[in-house]
Design a protein around this ligand. Sequence first.
Ligand code: PEP
Ligand code: MN
Length: 270
Amino acid sequence: MGLLSTEKTDWPPIDLGDGIVFGPDKTVMMAGPCAVESRDQIFQAAEFIAGLGIRVFRAGAFKPRTSPYSFQGLDHEGLALLAEVRERFGLKIITEAKDMTHAEAVAEVADIVQVGAKSMYNHALLKFCGRLDKPVLLKRFFAATLKEFLQMADFILLEGNRRLLLCERGIRTFEPQTRFSLDLSGAAVLQEQSRLPLVLDPSHAIGYRFGVPRLARACAAFGAEGLLIEVHPNVEQAQCDRDQALDHATFARLFAELREICALQGRELV
Ligand code: PEP
Ligand code: MN
């Protein structure tokens, strides 16, 4: 294909310190709510995640909502809360930059900058991420082919940043009863064609909490360098992606199961 992202080179390790490495014998769990909603909500969520021994906390301050009438995120105020969470709980933060109006601010707080599915074609943002000295997670747009996804990955790599994570989070199919369809076939192709670490996101794929645990177990068995799962301290009150958020008890049980499944693959879930 002639793409940088498909070169059979060994990319620099994505090592966040303290044993958090996206690598051949480790899978990194990134968990937390979809969005930062309030100080109480985000501190409760972070305390729970840190209490499970998980080291990477996810939550969005700048939310790319489908409807302009939905909660849009706390923006800079949300980012400031994430900075506090980072300090207080010693968690690494993955959070999304939607566009260039706030990308710089996000990059200052985030340990991993997330480029969301809907921003996969935002060239200015991709190039900005390519110039950062920190890891970037690029999500596949739900209507992008694998080639288009890898081409967008190249926009980042070509700027010099080689610490890039590819994330499969579900594509749009003809099926209306799931939000998206997790493309594990495509994920296998990505693993075959690219040596960039792969992250699987079962939450956004199915979109409904009843299916998230079994899909997550399939993702752990599949063998990926990272997992991204949404969990909320009060699922009924979640202001963003409410239907897919796992409650704390369910997530704690699932995390224990995923650890065992990863261990069977020779991977430590960290
Ligand atoms: C998210 O991670 O909350 C998110 C908005 O995901 P996606 O870009 O995959 O829709
Ligand atoms: Mn979400």
